[in-house]
Design a protein around this ligand. Structure first.
Ligand SMILES: Nc1ncnc2c1ncn2[C@@H]1O[C@H](COP(=O)(O)OP(=O)(O)OP(=O)(O)O)[C@@H](O)[C@H]1O
Ligand SMILES: [Mg+2]
Length: 364
C-alpha cells in the first residue's frame, strides 16, 4: 500500500501551463478517480506520479518520501495506459508473465498466477496469440492482466476501458474495482467518463484546465457540485442549467419561474436534475415553481421516458414515468421543487446557495 502526495505540483510545456499548481493526497488503499474533459491535464498528472514526466515545480511523495530522481521502474507502480503498450513479440501468456520473471518466483507459481489473471480477464483462449492478433478490447484486457498479476502497491490507470464495448466495459469496471480492493492497492484512475468515475471511485477529483475544481465522494460530487462546470459534467443526463435572475428568493428565466429559493438576489445559473422535476397533471393550478414549454422530443429509456423541453437557449431534461406519452409541440408544465435547485453565480459559476458546504471539502 502507498500514500501518494502531490505538493504544489505543476507542469509547463514550453510557455504553456498544462497542470497546476495542485495539491492532492491519495490515501493508502484509496480508489481515486481523476475526472475531467479532454486536455484538462489528467494524463500529465498521472505521468508525473509515475515518474514518466518531471514536474516543473513541486514535489511528489510516496509514503512521505520525495520521489524526485526515482525512475519509474523503482516506484513499484503498475500502469495501464490508453495505448496498452504490450510487447509485440511476446504472446499474451508471456506478456502477462513478464513482470513476474523479474522476481524470484517459482515457475509453477508464475504459471498459476498468469492463468488466474488471464481467466479473470477472459483471455484463456488467447494466451498463445501475439498482441497483433487480438482485438483492441482483448489487448486492453491483456494489459490489465499484466498490471494486476504484479500485485503492486500502486495502480495508475489511464482510460483503461476506452477500447471495450459497452458490456465489457461494465464487467471489466467491476473486475477492476474488485481486484484493487482485494489487493488493498492504492489506485489512481483517469477518465473523462463521469459514469465510470461515479461507479468506481471512493473519491472523485474533478479537474478543469489543469486545476482541481472539486474533490469529494461520488455522492457529494453529484449532490453538491462546487460550480456550474461540475454540475454540467457529472450525471446522465448532465444537470439542467438555465440562466436567469433571482429576486426575493424567486428565480425567473425564459418560461421558468421558481419560488422559495434560499439564494441572494442577482444573475445566476439555476440547476436541477432530470429526476428531481415532475410533469404536472393538467387540472393542477399554478404552483409557483414551474416551467411551461412545448415538448421538444422524448427519449425512451426503457424504465422511464426522458422528456426534453426548451427553456431559453437550453434544452431541459425531465424524467417521466414510462407510461408518458405526448407529441412534439404539446404544451407541458413541469414542476421543479425549490429544495432540489442548485444556484450558481451567473458570472463565475461558483455555487451560491446558502446551504452549508458539503463535507469532504472541495477545491483543495
Ligand atoms: N508532451 C507534451 N508537449 C506539449 N504539450 C503537452 C504535452 N503533453 C500534454 N500536453 C498538453 O497539456 C495539456 C494536458 O494534456 P493531458 O494529456 O494531460 O490531458 P488529458 O486530461 O489527459 O486529456 P485526454 O482526456 O484527452 O487524454 C493539453 O493541453 C496538452 O495539449
Ligand atoms: Mg489523457
Amino acid at each position: 500500500m502507498a500514500r501518494i502526495e502531490l505538493q504544489q505540483v505543476s507542469k509547463r510545456f514550453g510557455a504553456a501551463d498544462a497542470v497546476g499548481p495542485l495539491d492532492l493526497a491519495v490515501e493508502s488503499g484509496e480508489f481515486l478517480v481523476l475526472l475531467g474533459p479532454s486536455g484538462c491535464g489528467k494524463t500529465t498528472t498521472m505521468r508525473m506520479i509515475a515518474g514518466l514526466e518531471t514536474p516543473s515545480s513541486g514535489r511528489v511523495l510516496f509514503d512521505g518520501q520525495d520521489m524526485a530522481g526515482v525512475p519509474p521502474a523503482d516506484r513499484d507502480v503498475a500502469m495501464v495506459f490508453q495505448n496498452y503498450a504490450l510487447y509485440p513479440n511476446l504472446t499474451v501468456y508471456e506478456n502477462i508473465r513478464f513482470p513476474l520473471r523479474m522476481r524470484k518466483m517459482k515457475r509453477a507459481e508464475q504459471d498459476a498466477a498468469v492463468r488466474a489473471a488471464a481467466a479473470r480477464a477472459g483471455l484463456e483462449a488467447e494466451l498463445g496469440k501475439r498482441p497483433a492478433a487480438l482485438s483492441g478490447g482483448q489487448q486492453q484486457r491483456a494489459a490489465l492482466a499484466r498490471a494486476i498479476v504484479r500485485r503492486p502497491k500502486l495502480f495508475l490507470m489511464d482510460e483503461p476501458l476506452s477500447n471495450l464495448d459497452a458490456r465489457l466495459r461494465v464487467s471489466t469496471r467491476a473486475h477492476i474495482r474488485h481486484v484493487t480492493r482485494d489487493l488493498g492497492a492504492t489506485t489512481v484512475y483517469v477518465t473523462h467518463d463521469q459514469a465510470e468515475a461515479m461507479t468506481l471511485a471512493d473519491r472523485i477529483v474533478v479537474m478543469h484546465r489543469g486545476r482541481i475544481v472539486q474533490s469529494g465522494s461520488p455522492r457529494e460530487i453529484y449532490e453538491r457540485p462546487a460550480n456550474a462546470f461540475v454540475a454540467g459534467f457529472v450525471g446522465t443526463p448532465a444537470m439542467n442549467l438555465m440562466r436567469g435572475t433571482v429576486r426575493g428568493g424567486v428565480f425567473r428565466g425564459e418560461n421558468v419561474q421558481i419560488e422559495g429559493l434560499e439564494a441572494e438576489d442577482g444573475k445566476v445559473i439555476l440547476g436541477f436534475r432530470a429526476e428531481d422535476a415532475q410533469l404536472l397533471e393538467e387540472h393542477i393550478g399554478f404552483t409557483g415553481c414551474e416551467i411551461g414549454a412545448p415538448l421538444y422530443e422524448t427519449e425512451q429509456l426503457g424504465d422511464a421516458v426522458m422528456v426534453l423541453v426548451p427553456a431559453g437557449d437550453a434544452i431541459i431534461s425531465v424524467k417521466a414515468a414510462r407510461s408518458f406519452e405526448a407529441r412534439p409541440g404539446d404544451q407541458l408544465r413541469i414542476v421543479v421543487p425549490p429544495d432540489a435547485c442548485h444556484v450558481f453565480d451567473g458570472e463565475t459559476g461558483a455555487r451560491r446557495d446558502r446551504m452549508a458546504p458539503a463535507t469532504g471539502g472541495w477545491g483543495r
